[in-house]
Design a protein around this ligand. Structure first.
Ligand SMILES: Cc1ncc(COP(=O)(O)O)c(C=O)c1O
Length: 374
């Protein structure tokens, strides 16, 4: 029997150990601890890679969402449309300011169902946040058209989609602002927390640079607004630059693994796979952050995989946003209108997908799944 954990955190380090060690000691050796050149360089690298003007490094993907909604002026009485299938942080970025997250169903791609957005818009709607989950970017042209029609802005929670594209344009760069996470399990993962906000808008960028650093203007160091301390750590930025230098290979390998899962499990009628990279529709470029499948007899399958040494994960611990009892009263939703999300959360399961996973391991996972349904 093989042992395949869902994620191997130690591999994050061992994969590029020598380069990471060198960069770590060089950065610390010169005392470049906070807000130094390494951070500026990484912010420039990210902006250029994504094709956006400004990138603002922050402490994590949650505070990047919070700062985005803050600069937008989201406040009590406002409604913000978000998908019901997303991490709790997307909703927190709305509820934190006293506004109401309005939950919309997901589609077959597991992302916000664009066709259901318009019905959720009211005179109180301030913005729409789409979560670009699993390394896939939503149908942003259609979403933006709806937002434009109603004079609304789109924000992107692109925590899971660094480098993912729709119509050749990167996730995070379609909306007025986009948010990324460098949580260790993300495709570009730090050795701790990290996040980034991107925008084309100079004024928003300036406000965000101030807000993340106690409201201090980076040019004058004067406090110009209330702010918080949420800076991307300089040492993390240096380590992220090392990992970024291998990023195209990382994504290539992830896409290869996803393709292998899709090829091997294509004939299993009890399973619905995510879109395979090579049979995509030519409009999406997915970076294979997660392999989120839908499976009949999901819980039994998960147990069978566990008995055979294979670790899996339920998205968000197995609950969509509207299924979290403690938060239900502060969100607006109609359970009947979230039928696709309800079905998804009876069936969804994430298989191991990261650069430590070998072809043999993918085959073992697939063989075990085939054995279960046979
Ligand atoms: C969709 C989504 N939004 C927000 C976050 C929050 O990011 P972080 O953990 O860096 O705060 C995550 C990841 O953790 C995420 O997957």
């Amino acid at each position: 029997m093989k042992e395949i954990p869902y994620f191997r955190y130690n591999y994050l380090y061992s994969e590029f150990k020598n380069e990471l060690d060198r960069t770590f000691s060089e950065t610390l050796g010169k005392g470049a601890i906070l807000g130094q050149q390494e951070l500026k360089d990484f912010e420039r690298t990210v902006a250029d890679f994504l094709g956006v003007k400004y990138a603002i490094g922050v402490g994590n993907g949650t505070s990047s969402l919070l700062l985005m909604t803050r600069v937008l002026g989201v406040q009590k009485g406002d409604e913000v449309i978000i998908p019901s299938h997303t991490f709790v942080a997307t909703a927190a970025a709305v509820a934190w300011w006293g506004a109401t997250p309005v939950l919309v169903d997901c589609g077959n791609d597991h992302l916000l169902d664009v066709d259901k957005v318009e019905a959720a818009i009211t005179p109180k709607t301030k913005a729409i946040i789409i979560a670009q989950l699993n390394g896939r970017t939503g149908e942003m042209d259609r979403l933006q058209a709806i937002a434009d029609k109603h004079h609304l802005v789109v924000l992107e929670d692109a925590a899971q989609a660094f480098g993912s594209k729709f119509l050749n344009r990167c996730a995070g760069t379609w909306g007025i602002m986009g948010s990324f996470s460098f949580h260790p399990a993300k495709t570009l993962g730090a050795f701790g927390d990290g996040g980034m906000i991107v925008t084309h808008d100079e004024q928003l960028a300036h406000k965000l640079f101030c807000l993340r650093d106690h409201g201090r203007d980076p040019q004058t160091n004067e406090v110009v607004a209330w702010g918080i301390n949420s800076r991307l750590d300089n040492v993390q930025a240096a380590m992220l630059s090392v990992k970024f230098s291998h990023y195209s290979k990382t994504i290539q390998r992830r896409r290869t693994i996803m393709q292998r899962y899709c090829d091997r499990l294509a004939g299993v009628s009890e399973i619905t796979m995510p879109p395979a990279p090579n049979t995509n529709d030519g409009r999406h470029y997915d970076i294979a952050q997660n392999c989120e499948i839908e499976a009949e007899k999901r819980d039994e399958l998960r147990n069978f995989l566990k008995e055979n040494g294979i670790g899996t994960l339920l998205p968000w611990g197995g609950r969509a946003l509207h299924q979290i009892p403690a938060l239900q009263s502060s969100m607006h939703f109609d359970r009947h209108a979230l039928a696709r999300t309800e079905l998804l959360f009876k069936r969804c399961l994430m298989l191991p997908l990261n650069t430590s996973v070998t072809d043999d391991e993918v085959d073992y996972v697939c063989d075990t799944i085939l054995k279960f349904y046979r």
